[in-house]
Write a protein that binds this ligand. Structure first.
Ligand SMILES: [Zn+2]
Length: 286
């Protein structure tokens, strides 16, 4: 947990999967990325799935709902998932927070590793909201793209994660940058997807940013030209990162990277050679 003014931000490890580095590093040669992240014996690299539990202005907020509350055994085997702390709901329970207490769920985007925990499947096999009293928010553009997946995006856009919330009126669509709670702001950070959103926190002159997949790993924020192969608009990602990296240098904001198990949190500063470099911050997961 850390505080930004009077906002409390708890980090939740929803699980570490092991993935092909071709996805994580795209065009970056192995000789370069392997200096940052060592592949294991199978050639895979670890991928954290970071969610947040935030207390701001009297509201209880979840940012991204992770992989889901029960993982398909085949997927668990393929990705060799490590979930020492259980799922998002287990972490919330350790914090003394019941699902019914959550006021707001912010979906940064609708890829299944970020909103897989929006719903729970009941004993009757029917999906129901994991957070029954929460308003869920997502960018309208993201929802529309997720409802019309193409051959490249269909493997990660699963309507069961969001369509029932929309139909029941529990999900609200955002049109661009939005105030979401006291000191909590959603910003469209286009590139990973056209409707991708990052979440900015500001209180008492302090700043933080859940970059989400604008920069999956810290190195993607240090080096503007490095990006994942998952981005559907890579040149938009580049310009989005250029803008937000400059903001981070100016504000000394604490930045959170959703998939980096080694350096999930830190402050970016210029090193002696003028290169943006992350100073990691040691953090505990809830
Ligand atoms: Zn992601």
């Amino acid at each position: 947990m850390f505080e930004i003014g009077d906002i409390r931000i708890h980090l939740i490890n929803d699980g570490i999967t092991h993935v092909d580095p071709g996805g994580a590093f795209g065009l970056v040669p192995r000789a370069l990325w392997s200096r940052i992240l060592q592949p294991d014996a199978d050639g895979l690299v670890p991928m954290l799935n970071l969610n947040l539990y935030v207390e701001a202005g009297g509201k209880k907020i979840v940012v991204d709902t992770g992989l889901g509350h029960s993982i398909d055994p085949k997927m668990a085997r393929i990705t060799r998932i490590e979930r020492p702390g259980g799922s998002l709901l287990d972490a919330l329970a350790r914090l003394g927070v019941a699902p019914a207490d959550i006021d707001l769920v912010i979906d940064t985007h609708l890829h299944s590793d970020h909103c897989g925990g929006n719903m729970l499947v009941g004993a009757d096999g029917q999906p129901r909201p994991a957070f029954p009293n929460a308003e869920y928010v997502v960018q309208r553009r993201e929802y529309e793209d997720a409802m019309r997946p193409n051959e490249r995006t269909a493997a990660t856009y699963f309507p069961v994660n969001y369509q029932p919330l929309m139909e029941s009126g529990q999900m609200r669509l955002l049109d661009g940058d939005s105030d979401l709670a006291q000191g909590v702001f959603g910003h469209v950070t286009r590139g990973h997807t056209p409707g991708h959103m990052s979440v900015r926190f500001e209180s008492q002159g302090q700043h933080a940013l859940f970059a989400c997949d604008m920069a999956c790993y810290a190195v993607h924020f240090e080096r503007l030209g490095w990006m994942t192969a998952y981005d559907v608009e890579p040149l938009e990602t580049l310009e989005t990162k250029r803008k937000w990296q400059a903001w981070a240098l100016e504000t000394s904001a604490i930045i959170m990277f959703p998939h980096d198990s080694v350096r999930p949190v830190g402050i970016i500063r210029l090193d002696d050679n003028g290169k943006p470099t992350l100073q990691p911050i040691a953090v505990d997961f809830a």
